[in-house]
Design a protein around this ligand. Sequence first.
Ligand code: PHE
Length: 481
Amino acid sequence: MSNQRDQWSSSLGFVLAAAGSAVGLGNLWKFPYITWDNQGGGFVLVYLACILLVGMPVMMAEIIIGRHTQESPVPAFEKAAKNLPLEKFWPIVGWLGVIAGLVILSFYAVVAGWSISSFYYCIKWSTSGYVTGDVKFGEFVGNAPLQLGLTLAFSLLTAFIVTRGIAGGIEKATKVLMPVLLSILVLLTLNSFTLDGAGQALAFIFTPSPMKDGEHGFLEALGHAFFTLSLGMGAMITYGSYMGKKESILKASAAIVLLDTLIALMASFIMFTILFSFPSVVEKMGKSTAGMLFVTLPEMFYTEMPFGSIIAPIFYILVGFAALSSTISLLEVVVSLFVDKLKWSRIKATAVSSGVIFAFSVLCALSNGASAWLSNFKLFGNADSGLMYSLNKTFFANKAGFMNAFDHLSANWLLPVGGFFITLFVGWVFPAKVAADELGMLDEQGNPNKLFKTVQFLLRFIAPVAIGYIIAKVMLGTDFA
Ligand code: PHE
């Protein structure tokens, strides 16, 4: 093996791989249903503000650390913080990221597995006719062997690609898949405009309406901004570490953020249009909005869309691939730690981390009905008042079930807290000149220019204050007595 660190083969390669990490189930599965649950417009507005004011600066901060050190998160912080204040503290942020990666991947692989089964059903419907209500979502997610099998299949696929390395595996796959995914989504969006519910869907998304639960809604919007952009856990540090020195971090970040946001909004528009056009679909969906991507959409493909029976199976393959390019980046964070720190081979590192993560995936896979205990699991018990109740409410928004708990904990706590320290580090501790140099924002005298001052202001004040404020507000609203 050569000592040369693996690198993206081109600037486009980095943007597509990073966009591949960002665009995934967060956009296609999670954003539409949490937007629906939070009553649309107001939530979307807060979310967009979080993306712009917090997400974009943190994205740049992570890539700066990664590219400057050419290391994965833990050693990256060790190197970047050398001889700086709190030198020993910063690598902990890297470790936190590795834990977040592990937690996210364990439930993400379960949902990713659902795309495989949707694909199977589409093939069936395309060949022998669509049957409304064929898939009972509750029964499907409650089927233990099926859930375990699908999750295992997806986990193996992820592990296989990660063993193949950076340019050879990850970059090659995303280069083809991202453009196809985008094209199909545009096609679906255009088709949605022909349906009756389109106007209502647009109004639902873009009219700022109050949220159901303001404080938690804010935290959820912020958390989702981190989740959807793959921030706060070092995925972008890791990907940035494979980025060439000549590429523009600003342009790459802007492209990733734009693409990610666009795809999330398109996915929501498509799904809400169906929901508003066919009220019976809403009934069928019931309270389990989490099934939206897998239950609602087939209705459109098979009853409303020209060539829908051809496009449907292709679409679910792409959902699977969008998820795959995200699971790869999640696993890569964990694997690169073992490779860089313990000097393990890629294969060994991948095998060990995938094995550990899969053990947690099993708990998640069984927590949607298959096991009553896991499905009703609440970390602080089932009390409906008192301290334990408050802890459940604050940290888990009272959600029950192992998978929901993992999802909530990682997206709404681990990632924002990680992001909080990353922005403080690059804003206040890391030398401004080096950061400006990484961003290509030095003037002729070699001093940070005006644009850098703006980025620095966001990193120093806006992002940490916004994150700190929201977290404090949720904590202070808790009755710990
Ligand atoms: N951004 C991915 C998505 O939206 C999820 C993810 C989170 C990937 C964190 C990597 C790191 O689906």
